[in-house]
Design a protein around this ligand. Sequence first.
Ligand code: HEM
Length: 519
Amino acid sequence: MGILEQSQTFLSLAMVACLVYLFLRLLLTWWILPTRAYLRIKRNGFGGPTPSFPLGNITEMKNSKNVNDSSLGLPAISHDIHSTVFPYFAKWQKTHGKVFIYWLGTEPFLCIADPEFLKKMSSGVVGKSWGKPTVFKRDRNPMFGSGLVMVEGDDWVRHRHVITPAFSPPNLKAMASLMVEPATMMLNKWETLINSGQPEIDVEREITTTAGEIIARTSFGLSNQNGRQVYEKLRALQITLFNSNRYVGVPFSKWFCLKKYLEARKLGKEIDQLLLSIIEDRKKAWDGSPHKDLLGLLMEGSHLDGRAGKSLTKRELVDECKTFFFGGHETTALALTWTLLLLALHPQWQHQLREEITEVIGDGDDIDFSRLSGLKKMEWVMQEVLRLYAPAPNAQRQAREDIKVDDLIIPNGTNIWIDVVAMNHDPALWGADVNEFRPERFKDDKLYGGCKHKMGFLPFGFGGRMCVGRNLTMMEYKVVLSLMLRRFSFSTSPNYRHSPCIMLSLRPRYGLPLIVEPL
Ligand code: HEM
């Protein structure tokens, strides 16, 4: 055999070896490991719908009927939404109970809507020992990168250690003033629209834009051109990622929407560059007095000197800015949006809140931020809205060790999906009036609203990984709602179609048109 033939044979063998290796790896990743994990979980006796390869239960999920998708207008409004937003979970729960296994592509998930099981499962696991499902990390990388939502272990401890002080009450108070201008601009625009004969306003779209502007100001500032560009590109990234019909967990699914994927990657890189340039500019201009936004506070907390174990790198700061934007903007906007729907449906509560605002913070143009904590009824309303229409409809985890629950073992690597909406609408936890809007249930029990189990109401998650931005949200909610209720009253529009749906968060599928009238 000549040298040429020998090298050709060698190349062919090498190619075959590569293909065999690739095939075995894929088999291992998509079939053997998940099946092994599944069998280990199933050994505990959990049931669940039968999966198929490679979609798991996705086909059934996509084909499930949204039973309340009403085009019937107002009479059809029901707050009993679990079977509307998660029809497949509602169905599987009836057959398999409140803890069962379902599959996203080749990834098995343990779905939990039983607070006692959740309590037992999480009691021995500290924040740093929880993982986040790898399959979501890949999917959401352009949004969160290695930000707090996704990091694990000692990295999570380090991030949380630097980030938590930025959300301290004095820092939040300084941020409150950044919220007033965008909210007032939105309200001025509403007044102009009403004066020009358009009293019906899609408040969801308006509030989402304003909340985006607020979170951008509070996260990294919008005072220079780069800040504004980051904000615009972050919004474009969000639309790009969530307009694609994704098949999370399905092998090669990324390639089905390659164009969107490449677009998101390009936007992601541009955003990173802009944020890096903001960080560099601030570093150069550093005079010891930090900007009062979150990035400024994190840079101060990090000193950017690379002290191991105590600081965040520039790359990590970039990811945290993106995390605040994506974690904090839509959730808060949706809390406000659903509040306006419920207040429009319950004018007596609208009236009560307006009275409270006048009593506690007065009815001038300014807001004394130190008085916001006196808005107690507004807090009950917020809690009740988060219960009926949880903007974060689930919490997710991945076990990083075997977890014992009584005689059962949740094996290392198990993906966990906590069905918050199911628990919030469970009559066994809340009583027969579970689907009624009754903010007063939080009067004597401001944290749990009389829920029969302390793990049954988790609007901001649980344990060490509970939402770091919850006090910022509470402040924004009070500032923006006070400004709105001082100037306008809200009533329902016949054009509203009640169809809550999940697009990462829980949102009104067709927006929220309301009739807005100046007071
Ligand atoms: C109504 C508004 C909000 C809701 C309903 C909400 C809900 C949640 C939930 C359910 C979690 C997961 C907790 C867990 O896994 O146990 C979470 C985590 C998180 N949230 Fe929020 N959130 C809101 C607003 C915000 C805001 C305004 C920010 C930041 C500016 C923020 C930043 C974060 C971060 C960084 C995490 C990750 C915490 C960690 O893993 O240590 N959130 N949030």
